[in-house]
Design a protein around this ligand. Structure first.
Ligand SMILES: Cc1ncc(COP(=O)(O)O)c(C=O)c1O
Length: 438
């Protein structure tokens, strides 16, 4: 099966969207800027498949950029959301499901208190404010290639869409804001130690992706998260572990389940919302209890802990059993093997990197051999042209990858053997297309 390269219905919708929505999309990563072509407008999804406005079916390897751990329209999630909607969509008062969701997160992670919000961006923004309120300091440390949402202070050298679109600096972020953010290379213990030696007493917090997935998957080298833990503790700064992507996906307890370094604060999102807008930040009780109304750090939200979102999140986590993670791990490993085989057979230099059940694929130009991608500089040596060719061929064959080589591939428990066979059939053609780019 080979879909035509044009997609008339999506193209028409995209033209209309471009008149009323900047760039035609509501989040830059949805655009096809770095791979070419028209973003596909989806109309429905079921399990591992989604269907676009032209009636074409795709195997989904984005899974809504992570949340859909059990595929599209899982009956248990649909039922939970439907039932919640029938009882009322929002109250602006506390509800029981907020307690249940917070309890579930506390049970799975070291966080002692949880505050629910609507997006990962809100979670990281609030965690940073809290860290500054707790320490009375202003400096924030982040790593290049890590993405923590579009928080002003955190956009410097960010991964994800900022990396894909190669935006050197985001206009609108003031010099004062960037002056309070220090960006370090990832996986560089020496740079980290030097900064803490020089400015340790100014640092409010260091925020890191627990295992980065926004410059492609670039896991921490052995002991790196522990070094962050030790240095922040020694200098009175807080460690914020951003588990928005890894949380409840890399393992049942997120990256913490694999690399059990205890942070002071955590941010969560994606899987915990089951495909609806829910996210959270949480952590040490003594820090979290500084939040209003318990304490003086203000943070609020009209729709925080929304009944539909908490219902979806709870249902998603209830489905996320040890067996589910085993299945995800097998699917992820099988898909990695198929992809590696196709690329190897086509002679495309590549590297596949994993973080628990998460993984991504770096394609390189001929002659570029990297034993490991350990930081953003290395991630940027991948071949965008090769990735574009690989992506475009897969799309034509009904396989929907994230439209950027800087993004993680996401699978779900709905990706079964039949689905994997479909991908396996398409991969050699995509690898051939990538090889042809040179
Ligand atoms: C690690 C990480 N943190 C924060 C965010 C921001 O989350 P949201 O897009 O829900 O604002 C993302 C989004 O991809 C993420 O991957």
């Amino acid at each position: 099966m080979l879909y035509p390269s044009d997609a008339p219905q999506s193209a028409d919708l995209f033209a209309r969207a471009s008149e009323v929505i900047p760039g035609g999309v509501n989040s830059p990563v949805r655009a096809f800027r770095s791979v070419g072509g028209t973003p596909r407008f989806m109309t429905s999804g079921k399990g591992a498949l989604m269907t676009d406005a032209d009636g074409r079916e795709y195997v989904d390897l984005i899974c809504s950029w992570g949340p859909l751990l059990h595929g599209h329209a899982h009956p248990a999630i649909v039922e939970a959301v439907t039932k919640a909607a029938q009882k009322g969509t929002s109250f602006g008062t506390p509800t029981e499901n907020e307690v249940l969701l917070a309890e579930e997160i506390v049970a799975r992670t070291p966080a002692q208190r949880i505050r629910l919000v609507n997006s990962g961006t809100e979670a990281t923004m609030s965690a940073i404010r809290l860290a500054r309120g707790f320490t009375g300091r202003s400096l924030v440390v982040k790593f290049s290639g890590c993405y923590h949402g579009h928080v002003d202070a955190l956009l410097a050298e960010a991964g994800s869409g900022v990396a894909t679109l190669a935006i050197p600096e985001t206009r609108g972020v003031t010099a004062t804001q960037t002056a309070e953010t220090v960006v370090l290379p990832y996986n560089d213990p020496q740079a980290l130690e030097e900064l803490f030696t020089q400015r340790g007493d100014e640092i409010a917090c260091l925020i890191t992706e627990a295992a980065p997935g926004n410059m492609g998957v670039v896991p921490p080298v052995d002991g790196f998260n522990q070094l962050i833990r030790d240095l922040t503790a020694r200098h009175g700064a807080l460690m914020i572990s951003d588990e928005v992507m890894t949380g409840f996906r890399a393992s049942a307890a997120g990256w913490y389940g694999i690399d059990p370094v205890e942070a002071d604060l955590y941010t969560f999102g994606k899987v915990m919302g089951g495909g609806l807008p829910a996210a959270a930040f949480g952590g040490r009780a003594d820090v979290m209890d500084l939040l209003a109304p318990a304490g003086p750090v203000y943070q609020a939200g009209t729709l925080s802990g929304n009944p539909l979102a908490t219902a979806a999140g709870l249902a998603n986590l209830t489905l996320s059993t040890p067996e589910a993670y085993e299945k995800l791990a097998t699917t992820s490993t099988t898909l990695q093997g198929m992809t590696a085989a196709a690329l190897y057979n086509a002679g495309v230099p590549h590297r596949i990197q994993t973080a628990g059940t998460m993984f991504s694929v770096f394609l390189f130009a001929d002659g570029v051999e990297l034993a490991q991608v350990t930081d953003y500089a290395a991630a940027r040596t991948q071949s965008a042209a090769r990735f574009a060719a690989f992506f475009t061929e897969l799309l034509a064959r009904g396989i929907y990858l994230p439209p950027s080589g800087f993004e993680c591939w996401f699978v779900s428990t709905a990706h079964d053997e039949q689905i994997l066979d479909r991908i396996d059939e398409a991969l050699p053609y995509a690898a051939g297309a990538a090889a042809a780019v040179g």
